[in-house]
Design a protein around this ligand. Structure first.
Ligand SMILES: C[S@@+](CC[C@H](N)C(=O)[O-])C[C@H]1O[C@@H](n2cnc3c(N)ncnc32)[C@H](O)[C@@H]1O
Length: 333
């Protein structure tokens, strides 16, 4: 049987985190090729196909697919067609996501393939990924979009940060909401733990929601004046239910510079007050130590134990040494 290879795109600089995750959770995959932002692994275990490859859930991958090969740009179209013929796939079944990783070079897939590219790929779509690593090297692979698989090419989604946002953390939550289709409403009320200086809070306020921000550090003054915002200056460890708002809370956002185990414990202790209304927690896990990679599932299990059933642990493009754990009470989409 032919060897099978799987490709992973990763945020530049986080290749070691992805390798660590693969070795911890998918030891049957062995590293084959590694460049900044792009890696392939040989699969020595049970084979995936393009229908099942999206079941491979990797927190630090912004895109995962079956790797079908690579070619020089001039040869790519014919190489892809030959490969598709060999494996019984038709190009007309696929939409194309064409992107570059760590290079200024951009492959002109629209001219070469004569179809529109980089459209939003809805659930169930088969996607041909064309991944340019240089003007000499374009890799290609396929995946079928399934739940929790982001719909944008390599998870790259356009976010405009307003000049008024106090920090770039606006982008992290905005990308998370868009990539995982989180439905936030202007009727929602949020707790934002670790809110200072206020980037995420300013995104949440932009949805029309009410926000109670908690932090030991000062928050940007423009937010203090916002009619839908209240600031609680305190450390999470010192907070009690009495110091938190009495009305319904729908969502909790957490972005604390605190070890994740302790932060999860404190936040879930405080969330108990909102057991009846809480829809979910959007929790940034700071991966300050490599050993936290092995705890990805343990962190999710802690949320399961507290009655959250739908879990996504994933890195979004603006994340550095961190990822988002989205724990929701509802059933998976
Ligand atoms: C990454 S920053 C948060 C960025 C913020 N979410 C934004 O959008 O601008 C982490 C924050 O956690 C806060 N923090 C760290 N430990 C804390 C604790 N024990 N209690 C409350 N806040 C804490 C820090 O003061 C800091 O403002």
């Amino acid at each position: 049987m032919n060897d099978q290879f799987i490709f992973f795109c990763v945020n530049i600089g986080n290749e070691a985190l992805l390798k660590e995750e693969v070795s911890a959770f998918y030891p049957e995959l062995t590293l084959s090729y590694s460049r900044k932002g792009f890696l392939t692994f040989k699969n020595k275990g049970i084979k995936y196909d393009y229908e099942t490859i999206s079941q491979l859930s990797i927190t630090f991958a912004t895109r995962v697919g079956l790797c079908l090969g690579k070619a020089w740009p001039d040869d790519l179209n014919s190489t892809v067609k030959n490969k598709f013929q060999e494996i019984g796939l038709s190009l007309s079944e696929c939409m194309i996501h064409n992107y570059s990783v760590n290079t200024e070079y951009s492959y002109d897939a629209v001219s070469e393939f004569g179809v529109p590219v980089n459209k939003y790929s809805a659930d169930g779509k088969l996607v041909l990924n064309l991944i340019a690593l240089s003007e000499k090297e374009v890799w290609f692979g396929v995946h079928r979009v399934a739940s929790d698989i982001t719909r944008y090419p390599n998870s790259r989604v356009e976010i405009d940060i307003p000049d008024s946002s106090p920090s770039a953390a606006y982008r992290k939550i905005a990308e998370t909401a868009e990539l995982f289709s989180l439905k936030f409403s202007e009727r929602d009320s949020w707790l934002d733990f670790g809110c200072s200086p206020g980037g995420a809070t300013s995104f949440l306020l932009s949805t029309g929601a009410k926000v109670w921000g908690i932090d030991t550090a000062d928050i940007d003054e423009s937010l203090l004046a916002h009619k839908n915002f209240k600031f609680i200056k305190a450390s999470v460890q010192d907070l009690s239910h009495e110091k938190l708002p009495d009305g319904a809370i729908d969502w909790v956002h957490v972005d604390l510079n605190l070890n994740p185990k302790q932060a999860i414990k404190e936040v879930l202790r405080l969330c108990k007050k909102y057991n009846r209304t809480l829809k979910g927690v959007v929790f940034t896990v700071q991966v300050v130590k490599m050993e936290y990679i092995k705890s990805i599932e343990d962190f999710e299990d802690t949320f399961y134990d507290w009655g959250f059933f739908t879990m996504i642990s994933r890195q979004v493009p603006s994340h550095k040494k961190e990822y988002v754990l989205i724990a929701q009470r509802g059933i998976r989409r």
